[in-house]
Design a protein around this ligand. Sequence first.
Ligand code: UDP
Length: 478
Amino acid sequence: MAEPTFVQLDPQPLERYRKVMDGDFEKIRQVADFAADYFDHRTVWHVNSTAKGGGVAEMLRSFLPYANDSGVDTRWVVLSERPEFFTITKRIHNKLHGHPGDGGSLGKAERDAYHGFLEDSAHHLTDLFKPGDVVFLHDPQTAGLIPAVKAAGAFTIWRCHIGLEVANEHVNEAIEFLVPDVEKADGFIFSRGAYLWPQLPADRAHLMAPAIDAFSPKNQDLDDQTVRDILGIIGLSGEPPAEPPHFVRSDGSDGTVKRAAELLQVEPLPVNAPLIAQISRWDVLKDHEGLLECFADYLADTDAHLALVGPSSKGVADDPEGPAVQQRIAESWELLPEDLRRRVHIVALAMDDFDENGTMVNAIQRRADIVVQKSLVEGFGLTVSEAMWKSKPVVASAVGGIKDQIIDGETGILVEDPADLKAFGDALRKLLDDPGLANRMGKASRARVAKHFLAAPRIAEYVSLIGLVQSTADANRS
Ligand code: UDP
């Protein structure tokens, strides 16, 4: 299989966080300066399976440029594996979320195939790593590399971005599949305490909540005119502007939004119409269909519009189920009565240019009056933090990490049972009817993200975590 590819990381000035972090920034600055010495001559690697699409790629892009700016040699490598590999890893992903996925099993044949696929990547990668380097391997796609990375003499830390609070048979099957590799790592990171696997030794387990970058194209400030222009280019609302709208790219250079989306809509969103939006990968666990049904059953008599937004399926390499999910949503849209269909917009955003795609997501989140995350399960919803940072009230299922992100009634509304469409309908109506409440929740949301879920402060957490992993590894060796 093809060699793993490097993702270019242009350092971003950590210093820009000074203005969004109050007095806490100085501490981060000091740790960052210390880190540059501590990692002298060593490289910190991150390995995952896609450079775009989904939360892991998003998080790496949000954090690694600041680590580089601090003087730590930080690199990001992406596996190049064949579709059959991703069929197995998507099955593991779904099962770790407690769902049967494609119904296939995870037995010895799949384990052998999984390891067979990874063999080439292991050779290529271990040629790159030096003894003493620190290697973060992300999610099930990379777990099978742990033994090889350890053998290369690098400190190996596996980060799991998926989790379910109460394990069921599917979760246990996936854990059983992964544990023989994962337990060899020097450390493991989970997003929440509830996700820790009891099968792993506690002294090597660590917690870290995912974070977003306040200055990325996805989250940077955009004025109202730019938002309108971007929606015009996408084709979601209004007319394309005469000149393409500008944004600041991840590397600091100027960018423009040029690409229309693949759209299913009767007509564009009217300029002043209230908008409810969910932005997610096309994945059954994000339950776009449930949201569509909720909208049809409980919000038909409002003047609100619904946008279901995701990546163009051509653009996401490690998610083989995306096109089928998108197709089912399209079929449900076709079946809506005409007057409702007029108010529902299915939007697949171009993924050709990562920064442009992020800017489109940014503009839609800003245009939305309410952002929804109707996931059936969710390790941690980056889309939730992104919307909250833009001062949006979020209505979401009370599942997984979303419960840590949203304070119910203060920064948004949590719906206890993700299958309770009426409760979702009631929550959305409450906010549509009370813009003052929506506004207050939006403001509280931004403050909460500023305090807990921004990327740059994670530098301090990473440094202390690596220190702990190393001392535990040393203690366990002696
Ligand atoms: N996303 C994107 N473009 C899209 C749709 C989604 O960049 O067209 C991003 C979204 O903004 C978020 C990430 O994909 O940053 C999804 O992360 P999340 O944690 O919400 O869910 P995951 O995909 O990891 O399950």
